[in-house]
Design a protein around this ligand. Structure first.
Ligand code: PMP
Ligand code: GLN
Length: 386
């Protein structure tokens, strides 16, 4: 096709293809083991798949209600209350979304106006900044300090201004695997209690938390819950990232604004899958097994590379493990991730891509949501790197 001649004024001039798409494509082309993009290489539950296909056969193939089917919103509400205490009313305070990405975009679109500031913690998940910019907002990055990647609440206090509209939290944290503590949440609660700041709490890895730690959802803290959107992803919880299903919970005044946007950027989401999830989610075991399930994978992987030259601290949450390679190479992390995909046949994610300033801490992210065999083959390659 001939090139489009009129000049295009890009709304995201500095944005290129997401690193997850880039590395997975390269891994595929190079037939490399893909520990880059975060998705499982093992199947989702046959019971859940069966429930979806039954729902399709029963005829749930037309539009679902705009906020999601009530029975699913009801179980989501029960799940949040039983785990974290806060009661979200299914009618007015929960909306089923096409994955967490849509929930995040919808929240930001509903809340952020021209020149509003949004505080994010870097390294930050890739969809936050473009969503903020597309809505005329300004992302203000606060750096988490390597190697522990903790939040400096004094820095947050100093960064808050009268333009700050929102703070985006992500715990357990992608890509570092750190989790916020109760003290962190209390610090945030007290910092914003006399402001109009709202919180977007990205908790897609809420069930992927290890070593006996407890997930500190905003829904455990009334002073935060009353001004927060909680975002969750069924893709992460039930090993089916390709279904793009998730939800958003928040107080009714916020949810009302959320739905004004939701109804025009997606209207409603996959009906048969909602039917299936409304049954599957009732069995708490289906998500309560996850810490043990994934901790075993983390430990298998880390044990297999314990004699390598990589430096690491076991991930406390998510299904990602950072490995610091400063002992092995001085190369830039993006170049090295690509080189090892081509030459060693192992793909990972360079962490600099999670900073707008491309800060290179010589760390690569490896996904351990993989079969034991894939993890051991990946570890074998890492052990060979000298
Ligand atoms: N937030 C974080 C921190 C993520 O890692 C991801 C990727 N799963 C998402 C949001 C998006 O989730 P979803 O695939 O449900 O859109
Ligand atoms: N959340 C996934 C990750 O961090 C990727 C999702 C995506 O590719 N957008 O790897």
């Amino acid at each position: 096709m001939p090139n489009y001649k009129a000049s295009i004024s890009s709304k995201l001039p500095d944005t290129s293809t997401s690193i997850f798409a880039v590395m997975s494509k390269l891994a595929h082309e190079e037939k490399a083991i893909n520990l880059s993009q975060g998705y499982p290489d093992f199947p989702s539950s046959p019971e859940l798949i069966n429930l979806v296909s039954e729902a399709m056969k029963q005829g749930y193939n037309q539009y679902a209600p705009m906020p999601g089917i009530y029975s699913l919103r009801e179980v989501i509400s029960e799940k949040i209350t039983s785990m974290y205490g806060t009661v979200y009313h299914p009618e007015t305070e929960i909306t089923v979304t096409a994955g967490a990405t849509q929930a995040i975009f919808t929240i930001i679109t509903a809340m952020i106006q021209q020149d509003d500031e949004v505080i994010i913690f870097a390294p930050a998940y890739d969809c936050y900044i473009p969503s903020i910019r597309l809505n005329g907002g300004k992302a203000i990055e606060i750096e988490l300090q390597a190697p522990d990647y903790r939040v400096d609440w004094k820095a947050v206090k100093d960064t808050i201004s009268n333009k700050t509209k929102m703070i985006i939290l992500n715990t357990p944290h992608n890509p570092t695997g750190t989790v916020l503590s109760k003290d962190d949440m209390i610090a945030l609660e007290s910092l914003i209690k006399d402001t109009n700041i709202i919180v977007l709490s990205d908790e897609v890895y809420e069930h992927l938390i290890y070593d006996g730690l407890e997930h500190q959802s905003i829904a455990r803290f009334p002073g935060l819950a009353e001004r927060s959107f909680l975002v969750a992803s069924f893709g992460k919880t039930f090993h089916n990232t390709g279904w793009k299903m998730g939800y958003c919970a928040g107080p009714s005044a916020l949810m009302e604004e959320f739905r004004k946007v939701h109804q025009y950027n997606v209207f409603s989401v996959n009906h048969p899958i909602q039917k299936a999830l409304s049954v599957y989610l009732k069995n708490k075991e289906n998500y309560l097994v996850l810490p043990e399930f994934f901790q075993k994978k983390r430990d298998l992987f880390l044990n297999a590379i314990k004699d390598s030259k990589f430096v690491f601290k076991p991930s406390s949450g998510t299904y990602f493990q950072l490995l610091n390679y400063a002992n092995l190479s001085e190369e830039n992390d993006l170049e090295l991730a690509k080189k090892w995909t081509r030459e060693m046949k192992l793909a990972s994610i360079p962490i600099s891509m999670f900073y707008s300033g491309l800060i290179d801490n010589k760390a690569l992210r490896f996904c351990f949501a993989k079969s034991d065999d894939t993890l051991l083959r990946g570890a074998e390659i890492l052990n060979k790197i000298e």
